[in-house]
Design a protein around this ligand. Structure first.
Ligand code: FAD
Ligand code: SF4
Length: 476
């Protein structure tokens, strides 16, 4: 009998025989998860358990699986915790699925002279023969990033994103979660539904088709845009069904490639999207295993500030800065924001304000519907917080309010002014940027890529005032 982990309900994890998919509600007591995340996971388990080959006992703990006589196989799980369990149970493990490269492909890549994302991505394109014309990349370039940085037009993109119609199972799941809360067995953050993300294979395929038909062509140019009033824009919302094991990333990639080949999507959109999946997604997956548990303790910038309550409780009413408040509100309402809100608003603020990297990592895993132990370390500890001192990214992703003002429509509705560094209207992102550079100048001065930013810092005549003002700022 195959042990199926909760993030393996899709057909690509099915080894063909009898399946055991346990429902372990005590997992929700461990931390304060977003309500919609708990809902989606439980919905997906129960929907998969409707298959006649699947039995789904309700267990208090995974430990109860010890001694189950028929349990023999599993597909390698996605976390160190579940791998330890599988090994403890002496299961015969088949190699991990749900990614576009194997650990052997990764090892071969790691012998490369420059093991950065761009090289990994190009190797993946060639090896998988995706968007290739012979040995040359389709469209004559590997990368169309410079064409993919447009802010949204004044009225927004006006695209329809995929929407779920809830069913009876949602109601049943809601009652179970309400029961856990009433019994004091779980405490959730964020607003309850309606559910926004696919929880069955059918829903996931419908979400993929919707993205291809209605959003993909706009994905490239508006990949980095942020727009108050349109929380999805042209993003796919497919990280959740992929990370939950409902969609195989290669089927997503082939569908996007087909859309380019039949003329429905431009090369810059198809390439921009495929880079995220065969490039970034696989890259952070392999780094999870390569960097190991210790990576979570990295703290190069010695950042020790706790997360503010407004973040831990997802209470946007406590936040004055419009960009941060709206982003935290998006997380509360949807358990999701798109990449630029994660990296350039939440990540940027956490970096500037010196929030403890481990706390940020864990909060992101718990608060985001697509958050998993494997996806977060490289994205949070590495890319967003530079806590690894540059092992993963070559420089910190720090930016001031000018960037937010260029890429979003948040600043117009804000009590602060992105151009101002000191005083009542001083933008906490702009002042926070200079304050961050001033405080970490010694640690960053050896980094070639920070040279220009640090030269800018040294030209600021009012930097002492900025640092003093930011040290007294009560809230953001
Ligand atoms: C601080 C921070 C936290 C993040 N947390 C998560 C997370 O919890 N789960 C998650 O899957 N991604 C995470 N990402 C990466 C990225 O932001 C999300 O994958 C994306 O926003 C999900 O929305 P989407 O499916 O609409 O993506 P799209 O914009 O439509 O992108 C397509 C796909 O590319 C993949 N992808 C793109 N960038 C990355 C990346 N950096 N790492 C891994 N996959 C990537 C995802 O599978 C995504 O579905 C995080 C990034 C940062 C900077
Ligand atoms: S002015 Fe500053 S704080 Fe306000 S929305 Fe713009 S960047 Fe954010």
């Amino acid at each position: 009998m195959q042990l199926l982990f909760a993030d393996q309900p899709g057909p690509h994890f099915d080894l063909g025989g009898e399946i055991l998919l346990p429902e372990v509600l005590s997992q929700f007591s461990k931390r304060n998860y977003h309500r919609q995340k708990a809902h989606l996971i439980l919905y997906a388990i129960r929907a998969r358990a409707r298959d006649a080959r699947v039995s789904s006992p309700k267990l208090d703990s995974y430990k109860q699986l010890v001694g189950q006589p028929d349990l023999a196989t599993a597909v390698s799980p996605t976390s160190r915790e579940m791998l330890a369990l599988a090994e403890h149970l002496n299961l015969e493990l088949s190699p991990a699925r749900g990614f576009c490269s194997s650990s052997e492909d990764w090892l071969a890549f790691r012998t490369d002279k420059s093991p950065r994302l761009e090289n990994f991505y190009r190797r993946q394109r060639v090896r998988l023969d995706v968007l290739m014309e012979g040995q040359e990349p389709s469209g004559g370039q590997w990368n169309f990033d410079h064409e993919n940085r447009k802010p949204a037009p004044k009225g927004g993109l006006g695209l329809q994103h995929f929407e779920i119609v809830e069913d009876d199972l949602d109601q049943e799941v809601r009652e179970t979660l309400d029961g856990l809360v009433a019994q004091g067995k779980a405490s959730f953050i964020g607003l309850d539904g309606p559910r926004k993300f696919a929880g069955t294979r059918e829903q996931a395929l419908a979400a993929l088709s919707h993205f291809i038909d209605h959003q993909l062509d706009a994905f490239g140019p508006y990949e980095d845009a942020v727009f108050d009033g349109e929380w999805v824009l042209a993003h796919s919302m497919l990280s959740a069904p992929m990370n939950l094991g409902l969609l195989d990333p290669m089927e997503v990639v082939r569908a996007v490639e087909a859309s380019y080949l039949n003329g429905s999507a431009s090369i810059q959109s198809a390439e921009g999207f495929i880079r995220q999946v065969i490039g970034w997604r696989d890259y952070v997956w392999h780094l999870y295993w390569e960097y190991g548990e210790q990576y979570l303790e990295s703290n190069f910038l010695q950042a020790t500030n706790p997360l503010p309550d407004s973040w831990s409780d997802l209470d946007s009413s406590l936040i004055e800065a419009n960009c941060i408040s709206k982003t935290i509100n998006n997380v509360s309402e949807n358990a999701w924001t798109h990449h630029i809100q994660r990296l350039m608003i939440l990540g940027n603020v956490a970096l500037q304000r010196g929030y403890d990297p481990r706390a940020v990592n864990d909060w992101l895993v718990d608060a985001f519907v697509d958050g998993t132990p494997w996806v977060m370390p490289a994205n949070a500890i590495g890319m967003s917080l530079f806590a690894d001192g540059g092992r993963m990214s070559t420089k910190p992703y720090a930016a001031g309010g000018a960037y937010i003002n260029r890429m979003s429509n948040y600043c117009g509705g804000c009590k602060f002014d992105p151009r101002i560094r000191v005083g009542e209207k001083a933008c906490p992102i702009t002042a926070g940027y200079w304050n961050f550079l001033a405080k970490n100048e010694a640690k960053l001065s050896g980094n070639q890529r920070m040279w220009q930013s640090l030269a800018g810092l040294r030209r600021l005549s009012d930097i002492d005032l900025v640092v003093d003002h930011e040290s007294k700022r009560q809230s953001l």
